[in-house]
Design a protein around this ligand. Structure first.
Ligand code: SF4
Ligand code: SF4
Length: 111
């Protein structure tokens, strides 16, 4: 089992989640974070910390596609352990439907 970052993280990237993860298993893309499923210890601490409610347990149905995406990008993007500066328009994008089209495959800077 693992926790999974889902669509509403795209263009939000508040990054509150990375500060609380005890095993530092978040990885940073240009406009989204993902969780490495093999490193996550299922503690669940990050889930309530996400203001965008983008983090879900993989036991919740309907997120299979995002689990695959988390696993794939966690191998490509740099590790992030410290909260960075969130995008200025993050609040505007919070909760907007259809954000998947904006997902960037580019890596973030990591920290
Ligand atoms: S707190 Fe939520 S929206 Fe922000 S980076 Fe973490 S998972 Fe993404
Ligand atoms: S569930 Fe725990 S170990 Fe997994 S990503 Fe969240 S804080 Fe990290």
């Amino acid at each position: 089992m693992t926790y999974v970052v889902t669509e509403n993280c795209i263009r939000c990237k508040f990054m509150d989640c990375v500060e609380v993860c005890p095993v530092d298993c978040f990885y940073e893309g240009e406009n989204m974070l993902v969780i490495h499923p093999d490193e996550c210890i299922d503690c669940g601490v990050c889930e309530p910390e996400c203001p965008a409610e983008a983090i879900v347990p993989d036991t919740e149905a309907g997120h299979e596609k995002w689990l695959t995406l988390n696993a794939d990008y966690a191998k490509l993007w740099p590790n992030i352990t410290r909260k960075g500066v969130q995008p200025a328009d993050a609040e505007d994008w919070n909760g907007k439907p259809g954000k998947e089209q904006y997902l960037s495959s580019n890596p973030g800077t990591g920290s």
